[in-house]
Design a protein around this ligand. Structure first.
Ligand code: NAP
Length: 278
């Protein structure tokens, strides 16, 4: 078994991003700008946004912060995001997920202009991923693909099992794996024989949101644990499966760091594209 070191992969991506952000600033006289929108005060979300803003600053990306009260309505949130979509000084928009339950999250995501969707959450970005057209990747799926690439994992003709089908994680990562010629099975809460499917997979991507959910894999499989549950616990029971895995991500230090790295990389890409279009 070997560990996949997400911190190293993220550092490499961010080094490049920092250089590109610097070159952008030299050329245009301004830093790339990421606007982060947070609704409510969920402690995990507050921490994520803070972390993303700190990393932005370190990479030479300006960050704007729009903090809205928990009782914000869908209409108010859509209006705030629309303003950012129309603001020439903003290159990328991040709406921290999840938003409070009374808000129509899809409507809020769709208010993000496609050219600023650096977290890859809009239907436009999903379609681009599905059709292998240029566009922004969902940040976590994009990070997962970078991990597989960095560790030379051959996906062609391999069976990949994705456990979870959320619009920001399970579904888009399945599309990206398919685009790399993997044969993909998407599992969810209604899947019959889930354990059997997972035990036939060469690549397992766990995106369930249930601590230690995956307990058995095929010997030699590559295991990517996107789960992040309370107490730094992943969706894969690391102790149970690590010996059977050829490669496995730890939690923390696996998928998490690459998510932010891809978000920042795409912010700089958005800034460059926008400046070229102007
Ligand atoms: P989500 O929206 O709650 O989706 C969870 C998915 O898991 C759903 O598709 C659900 O199926 C499926 N599921 C739930 N219980 C299941 C069961 N017993 N058997 C099989 N499938 C089951 O979660 P998410 O936003 O995709 O996040 C998933 C995990 O990734 C969480 O731990 C989250 O914290 C983590 N995450 C990490 C990052 C990062 O940067 N590292 C980013 C985002 C999310 P149904 O569709 O049938 O309900």
């Amino acid at each position: 078994m070997a560990l996949i070191n997400g911190t190293d992969v993220a550092r490499d991506i961010t080094e490049q991003t920092t250089k590109r952000a610097y070159e952008f600033e030299q050329r245009t006289g301004r830093k790339p700008c990421l606007a982060a929108v947070l609704v409510g005060e969920d402690p995990a979300s507050v921490t994520y946004v803070k972390m993303k803003r700190n990393r932005s600053a370190k990479a030479g990306i300006e960050s704007r912060f729009v903090q809205l009260p928990a009782e914000t309505t869908t209409e108010q949130l859509v209006a705030e995001i629309t303003k950012l979509s129309e603001d020439d000084g903003v290159d990328g928009i991040l709406l921290q997920h999840p938003v409070p339950g009374h808000i129509d999250e899809r409507a809020a995501f769709e208010a993000i202009a496609p050219g600023k969707d650096v977290d890859g959450v809009t239907m436009h970005s999903f379609a681009a991923m599905a059709f292998s057209e240029p566009g922004f990747h969902s940040a976590t799926p994009g990070g997962i693909m970078r991990l597989l690439e960095a560790y030379d994992v051959d996906l062609k003709g391999k069976h990949a099992a994705v456990i979870g089908r959320s619009p920001i994680l399970g579904k888009p990562v399945a599309m990206l794996l398919l685009a790399k010629d993997a044969t993909v099975t998407i599992c969810h809460s209604k899947t019959a024989n889930l354990d059997e499917i997972v035990r036939t997979a060469d690549i397992v991507v766990a995106a369930v949101g249930k601590p230690n959910f995956i307990t058995a894999i095929k010997p030699g499989a590559v295991v990517i644990d996107a789960g992040y549950n309370e107490g730094n616990v992943g969706d894969v029971d690391f102790d149970q499966v690590a010996d059977d895995a050829s490669l496995i991500t730890p939690v923390p230090g696996g998928v998490g760091p690459t998510t932010i790295a891809v978000l920042l990389e795409q912010t700089v890409s958005a800034a460059i594209r926008r400046s070229e279009d102007m």
